[in-house]
Design a protein around this ligand. Sequence first.
Ligand code: ZN
Length: 236
Amino acid sequence: MEQLEILWKYQELDLQMDQLNLDIKSSDSRQKLLKLKNYLVKQEEYLVRLDSEAVRKGNYCDKIQQECDEIQKSIQAGIERLESNDDIEITELDEMNKQGVVLKDRLIKREAELQRLFKELDSFRKKLDDIRVKINRAKREYAAVKKDYDMEVASLRQDLAELKKKRDSLVPEISKELMTKYKNVKASKSPVISLMESNQCGGCFMSLASLVAQNVKDRKRIVQCENCGRILYYRD
Ligand SMILES: [Zn+2]
């Protein structure tokens, strides 16, 4: 059957295209690019997380700072009251003294916390800077590898385009029905056409019934392997 011979040629070109596509996908620079891209995405996500945490920590610092300011204001008010010429009763003085001790204690604790937070925030910002540096480095590397990849792939793509042109030029000579069959099988198996040898399917090696084998040899109709679905072809 002439049709099958053309389809066979079509398949040869199709398989060459598959191989080229595989070469493009598995190219070293492509693998490197994918790795770098993954790394960049993860780092950027990390950066966003750290950034929002830095904002949160900064807000907390502001809150503690505000509390310190308020305590200081209360202490200052007490001092001003003491320094004024007002007569202060001994019970009020006692109360002010007690309050002063409490306020001072609170202030010391708050200020210590603030110092700790400042330190934390500082190391946190250093961490952020560090990540930004790493991201920039990875971006530069990405750009360099991309250049290699583009060059490597450009020639492969050209080969691919030529093969496709050759392959597709055969399509008008193949019946639509056969082409559809080819594509259906191709979706799950490759190669699609298997050569029949010693009455066996060349794809799955199942022995074919003699009537089926005869039909394949006659080339009068399209016969698919009952076991694997491949299109059987006999070449003498
Ligand atoms: Zn088979």
